[in-house]
Design a binder for this molecule. Structure first.
Ligand SMILES: Cc1cc2nc3c(=O)[nH]c(=O)nc-3n(C[C@H](O)[C@H](O)[C@H](O)COP(=O)(O)O)c2cc1C
Length: 148
């Protein structure tokens, strides 16, 4: 099974999340591609069984230019029959905007017709030991979604 992860990260926290997720999914038997959003084309999801977005949120939920371009490509796609998952790092200091872009991409995947494979994972800032467990458990949930 192919998993395509796209991550958006400025200071490395979401890149770390994507890397941990990539390693765990590989251990679980997925053929994983992990791509920085700056170099990603949303059509790469068309070749995947599992479509994943790991994203920051900056500017109180407003998309950065990179996210905006990627989102506009994504919402054109028909991803019906595929599964998706979203996760990201934000900061609760931003209150109602905490990890808002994670929710934006969840809605986008749903609009594209994909089915959620695991509950979204939201963490605060840098990845700690507890977060690693959350990410690894989410990966196991993703695998389980294919066995239903
Ligand atoms: C100017 C600025 C705006 C931010 N806005 C938000 C926000 O709206 N919501 C949120 O959850 N986090 C916000 N953050 C926190 C970052 O999303 C958080 O530090 C995240 O871990 C950064 O991910 P990265 O290291 O992958 O770039 C903001 C941070 C900065 C510096």
């Amino acid at each position: 099974m192919k998993a395509q992860i796209v991550f958006a990260s400025m200071t490395g926290n979401n890149e770390d999340m994507a890397e941990i997720l990539s390693e765990e999914l590989t251990t679980l038997g997925f053929d994983v591609t992990n791509t920085d959003v700056s170099f990603a084309d949303a059509t790469s999801y068309l070749d995947a069984d599992l479509c994943i977005m790991v994203t920051y949120t900056y500017g109180e939920g407003i998309f950065t230019d990179e996210l905006d371009d990627f989102y506009e490509q994504l919402i054109q796609l028909d991803l019906s029959g595929k599964k998706f998952a979203v996760m990201g790092s934000g900061d609760k200091i931003y209150k109602e905007h905490y990890c808002e872009n994670v929710d934006d991409f969840k809605k986008a995947f749903e609009k594209c017709g994909a089915t959620q494979a695991a509950n979204p994972v939201k963490i605060e800032n840098a990845v700690d030991d507890h977060d690693v467990i959350l990410i690894e458990n989410a990966a196991k949930e993703m695998l389980a979604a294919f066995k239903k």
